[in-house]
Design a protein around this ligand. Structure first.
Ligand SMILES: [Zn+2]
Ligand SMILES: [Zn+2]
Length: 189
């Protein structure tokens, strides 16, 4: 399969972009492909409140141009020789809010499979890899991500249902599991 697709999408260029003013454009500093990476042709992307906060610089200054969207589902179109979980070209896959972490054995978070507690997280949009390349989110045609943070979507789940589970969904589901919630218990969210 040819890999000459372009990385482009809806870009916020300033704070006002959150008011319906995103513009379609190229992603200037996409991560160079590594053998642990997966390229995803995006078919679906959820909309999260964080998208609006980021576009409007509501969590401190955003580096523009920024393409938001971190509930991404699509088709794997390029996989490196060292990808995890046996992801293959053609698989339906998803990515949530995190693109990378250090994955070092001496990192408390990463070695406990709690990569979200790593001190070297790279988030799915508006963030920077150690080499200076930038992450661009899912309001786009393609997304490149280390396979450690790419998940196969089970056949029984429609893509439009799977996408919002990758941030909003897991944010609610995880504490229910961690706190042992189940039938008959009262919960608050
Ligand atoms: Zn989110
Ligand atoms: Zn780490």
């Amino acid at each position: 399969m040819s890999h000459d697709y372009k990385f482009e999408g809806w870009l916020g260029k300033d704070k006002e972009s959150a008011k319906g003013n995103m513009v379609w454009g190229d992603f200037p500093h996409v991560k160079p492909f590594e053998e642990t990476d997966v390229d995803i042709q995006i078919t679906h992307c959820g909309i999260c409140g964080s998208d609006v906060h980021t576009l409007s610089s509501g969590w401190g200054p955003t580096t523009y141009p920024c393409c938001v969207g971190h509930e991404i589902v699509g088709k794997a179109v390029r996989v490196g020789s060292k990808v995890e979980r046996g992801i293959k070209v053609g698989d339906r896959v998803g990515v949530g809010a995190q693109n990378s972490s250090c994955l070092k054995p001496d990192c408390e978070g990463c070695s406990d499979k709690l990569e979200n507690y790593c001190q070297h997280i790279v988030t799915t949009f508006g963030d920077k890899y150690p080499d200076g390349s930038i992450t661009y989110g899912g309001y786009a045609d393609y997304h490149r991500c280390p396979s450690h943070f790419v998940f196969k979507i089970p056949d029984g789940i429609a893509s439009e249902d799977a996408a919002p589970m990758l941030c909003g969904g897991v944010t609610l589901y995880s504490p229910l599991v961690v706190n042992g919630c189940g039938p008959g218990k009262k919960v608050g969210m």
